[in-house]
Design a protein around this ligand. Structure first.
Ligand code: NAD
Length: 248
């Protein structure tokens, strides 16, 4: 049976790396995102129907539910969900000055979006049958889930909250054989880190990340691939740090 993966925010950065890797491994991949770009369009063309773009705003629960229904209409089922879509605050701001608008913007996409996407897909997964593949949900949070940055509190809180989303759904879905994991990336070269790349260059040089190099989307995609393997079958609710060895 062909396996179907749904990847949110799959049009660029880490998400695109995950879509590409899962496609290479033989998944049918639904790439959910806000809009197409030449990178994902090229892969869609090459894939001859095995990768499809489905428009979705992860900050809207209505849009999440519509998109999940569309994935099921398109590919017939969902075996793997990767909750990757996420945003940083538009501007970094001391926590003494966080605005409610920025708080809602970040929390709606990163935390509420992850929660309700997980809920929608879990309700699909529960009603399917499986052969050797084990249905899984993988949440992409961040080392900011445990390392505080006082100039982007809303981001840290959103990622810490994903920790509980992982625990809750791991507990609730274990009886259906659905396993849930969380990946916490460190500093990964993408559009998200572009504006602050010099700061991270220095931290990497100074050994804050002992492996002493940037992470790349393929580094995260590789761990998604490992976690999605049926060999990973007797653990759930676990967190994997993929951060070049960072520790507080
Ligand atoms: P990115 O900005 O390059 O990509 C983010 C993706 O999410 C894009 O495809 C974007 O369109 C999508 N997205 C954002 N808001 C959306 C919405 N409302 N609806 C649908 N899609 C939406 O960032 P990235 O670095 O690839 O980040 C991917 C994930 O990894 C995020 O959750 C981010 O918080 C997390 N992360 C990144 C780093 C890093 O260093 N880059 C570190 C830790 C965690």
């Amino acid at each position: 049976m062909t396996k179907v993966a749904l990847v949110t925010g799959g049009t660029r950065g880490i998400g695109f790396g995950i879509v590409e890797t899962l496609y290479d491994e033989g998944f049918l991949v639904a790439c959910l995102g806000r809009k197409l770009n030449p990178t994902i369009e090229t892969l869609i063309k090459k894939s001859k129907g095995n990768v499809k773009f489905i428009e979705a705003d992860i900050g809207s629960i209505e849009s999440i539910n519509t998109a999940v229904n569309k994935v099921v209409e398109t590919f017939g089922r969902i075996d793997l969900l990767v909750n990757n879509a996420g945003v940083a605050p538009k501007e970094r701001n001391d926590i003494l000055k966080t605005t409610p608008e920025s708080f809602d913007f970040v929390l709606d996409i990163n935390l509420k979006g992850t929660y309700f996407m997980t809920q929608a897909v879990a309700n699909v997964m529960i009603n399917q049958t499986y052969d050797v593949f084990i249905p899984k949900i993988i949440n992409v949070s961040s080392l900011s889930a445990y390392a505080s940055s006082t100039n982007r509190g809303e981001y840290c809180i959103s990622k810490a909250g994903i920790g509980m989303v992982t625990t809750l759904f791991a507990d609730r879905l274990a009886e259906y054989g659905i396993l849930v994991y969380e990946i916490r990336p460190g500093v990964i070269k993408t559009d998200m880190t572009e504006k602050v790349s010099e700061k991270y260059d220095k931290q990497i040089e100074n050994g804050l990340f002992p492996i002493k190099r940037w992470g790349y989307p393929e580094d995260i995609a590789g761990v998604v691939s490992l976690l999605s393997s049926p060999k990973m079958r007797y653990s759930t609710g676990d967190i994997i740090n993929v951060d070049g060895g960072y520790h507080i």
